[in-house]
Write a new protein. Structure first.
Length: 74
């Protein structure tokens, strides 16, 4: 959870180079959270890494299908 929160801070600061590995680490450690995938997707999108962004948005949608932001991101 700490990695996810730190990743959120990095996203809010626009520091996507740090956000991506931090949020990825949270997911590796077992965080199952649509928002974490959504933040990861946004970070990838901001770095113009479109394929990983799409994959992360799709994971976010699987976990939180009612969140419109994930569908808009796709």
């Amino acid at each position: 959870r700490a990695y996810k929160n730190l990743g959120l801070v990095y996203v809010q600061d626009g520091n996507f180079k740090k956000a991506i590995p931090t949020i990825s680490k949270a997911l590796e450690l077992g965080v199952v959270d649509g928002r974490a995938y959504g933040l990861l997707a946004y970070g990838y999108l901001s770095e113009e890494k479109y394929y990983p962004a799409e994959a992360a948005y799709r994971q976010a949608i699987l976990i939180q299908p009612d969140v419109k932001d994930w569908k808009i991101g796709l």
